[in-house]
Ligand binder design. Structure first.
Ligand SMILES: [Zn+2]
Length: 399
C-alpha cells in the first residue's frame, strides 16, 4: 500500500461495496482476515455408475469406498443416498438437483454363527463385504421389486425423470439423527462431526459477528471470511478442494473490486491470519498410549491447537499466540495437540492454504472420538467452545 491516502481510498470503496478492507485503528496497513474452514464428505461410500445389482433374492447397490472410513461402523445401520444428480434438459442444458432418499439401504453384518472367529478380528473386504442391500428381487414375493433400479429411485426422490439423469455424485449417509446423551447430557454423537462441527462453529461465529455493528469501530474494518472445501479426505487436489484455485480466485476478485494494487494485496496478506479448523483426536480412555504423554487433548477441554514439527499442521509460534489470545478473550480453555512420535498424525488443509496464499495459518479444532466412524462422538461443550473462540479470533489482530 502506498500510504495513508491510498488506505482511505480503499476504505471508501469498501464502504460503498458493503465490503470491508481497512487498516486497524492507528495503522495504515490493510488487514484482510481470512478464515478457512472445510466441511468435507465423511469417509464412507459413493454410489458407483450402473449401481443396481441383485443376488440371491436381494436388490443391492454398487458402492465405492470414499476416503478412509472405519468400515465396520457402517454395518447394520439404516442408510440413505444423498447428493446431487445432473439432469439433461430438452435444450441440452444440464441442471443439478439435490437429492436425499431417506432410509433405503443397509450393509448387513454376517451372523456370528457363520463366523465364530469374528471377535478375534473383523476383516472386511472393501468390495465383497460392503455392498448394501436395498430391497427384494425375487419375483412373486410380496414387496419384491425385481425391476428395482437405484437410479430410478434417486430420480424419484429428486423429482426428475429417470431417463434424464446423466450423472450423479451421491454418497451413502447414516440416517440416525444426532443425539445428546450421557451423564448430564455431556456427550454428543453424530455422523459427519468431521468436519461439519468446524463448519457450524465457523458459520455461527461469523454470523454472530454481525454486520457493521460487529466491528471494533471507527476505521478498524476488516474482511472476515469463511471458506469451506470439499475433498479434504482425499488430499484436497480437486477443483473444489483446498488445493484448487477457488479461494485465491475469490480473493483476486475481492481485491479487484476494491481497486487494490499488488502491493495492497501483499500487505493485506501479510497482516492477515487464517484459522484452519478440523476435528482432532481426544485421548481415548481405552487407548491412552496412542497419545503423547503430556499433550493429549481431553474431551470437554476446549479447542485443540494442533502442532507438528514436520508441518503437517501449519501452526507456528505467532499463530499459536494469536489463537491463545482468542481463547483467552472468549473465556474458553485451550489445549495443545501434538502426536505421539510413534503414531504419526494426519494433516489438514492448513498447510495447503498457507503454501498457496502465503498467509499465516494456525491449525485448530475440536477433540472427538471415533474419527471416521459413521457416527462420531464429542463432548457437547466443545463445539460451543470452538465457536466462541472463533468468534473472538475474528477480532484478534496481527498488527
Ligand atoms: Zn477426516
Amino acid at each position: 500500500m502506498a500510504g495513508p491516502g491510498r488506505g482511505r481510498a480503499l476504505r471508501r470503496r469498501a464502504r460503498r461495496g458493503r465490503d470491508r478492507l481497512d487498516g486497524p485503528r492507528g495503522s495504515d496497513a490493510d488487514d484482510a482476515r481470512h478464515r478457512d474452514r472445510h466441511p468435507h464428505r465423511l469417509p464412507g461410500f459413493k454410489l458407483k455408475p450402473r449401481p443396481t445389482t441383485s443376488a440371491h433374492g436381494w436388490l443391492q447397490a454398487g458402492v465405492e469406498v470414499y476416503g478412509g472410513p472405519l468400515l465396520n461402523s457402517w454395518l447394520d445401520r439404516e442408510l440413505e443416498l444423498a447428493g446431487r444428480v445432473a439432469v439433461r434438459g430438452a435444450d441440452g442444458t444440464v441442471t443439478e438437483h439435490l437429492v436425499r432418499t431417506g432410509p433405503m439401504l443397509r450393509v448387513p453384518q454376517l451372523a456370528i454363527h457363520l463366523d465364530r472367529a469374528v471377535n478375534d478380528g473383523l476383516a472386511l473386504d472393501k468390495q465383497r463385504h460392503t455392498q448394501p442391500v436395498w430391497g427384494l428381487a425375487t419375483p412373486g414375493v410380496p414387496g419384491s421389486d425385481p425391476e428395482g433400479d437405484v437410479v430410478a429411485a434417486l430420480a424419484e426422490a429428486a423429482g426428475v425423470a429417470p431417463d434424464a439423469v446423466d450423472g450423479f455424485d451421491v454418497v451413502v449417509a447414516d440416517t440416525q439423527p444426532p443425539r445428546r446423551f450421557g451423564a448430564r447430557g455431556a456427550l454428543f454423537a453424530s455422523g459427519r462431526l468431521d468436519n461439519l462441527l468446524s463448519t457450524h462453529a465457523a458459520l455461527t461465529a461469523l454470523l454472530s459477528a454481525g454486520g457493521d455493528a460487529g466491528f471494533a469501530g471507527g476505521d478498524a474494518a476488516r474482511i472476515r471470511m469463511v471458506a469451506a472445501f470439499d475433498h479434504e479426505e482425499l488430499g484436497s487436489e480437486s477443483r473444489s478442494g483446498a488445493a484448487g484455485p477457488f479461494l485465491a480466485d475469490v480473493l483476486d476478485r475481492v481485491y479487484a473490486g476494491l481497486g487494490a494494487t499488488a502491493e495492497d494485496r501483499h500487505r493485506a496478506i501479510a497482516a492477515s491470519w487464517c484459522v484452519s479448523s478440523d476435528v482432532g483426536h481426544a485421548v481415548h480412555p481405552n487407548y491412552p498410549e496412542r497419545h503423547d504423554p503430556a499433550n493429549h487433548p481431553v474431551a470437554g477441554g476446549g479447542p485443540i491447537l494442533k502442532l507438528n514439527a514436520n508441518q503437517r499442521y501449519a501452526s507456528d509460534a505467532v499463530g499459536s499466540a494469536l489463537w491463545q489470545a482468542a481463547c483467552r478473550t472468549a473465556g474458553v480453555p485451550s489445549q495443545a495437540f501434538v502426536s505421539n512420535n510413534a503414531v504419526p498424525c494426519g494433516s489438514t488443509i492448513g498447510p495447503i492454504t498457507a503454501t498457496r496464499l502465503g498467509i499465516r495459518t494456525v491449525d485448530v479444532g475440536a477433540a472427538i472420538l471415533s474419527m471416521h466412524s459413521a457416527r462420531e462422538l464429542c463432548a457437547a461443550v466443545d463445539p460451543w467452545y470452538l465457536s466462541r473462540a472463533m468468534r473472538a479470533a475474528l477480532d484478534v489482530s496481527l498488527v
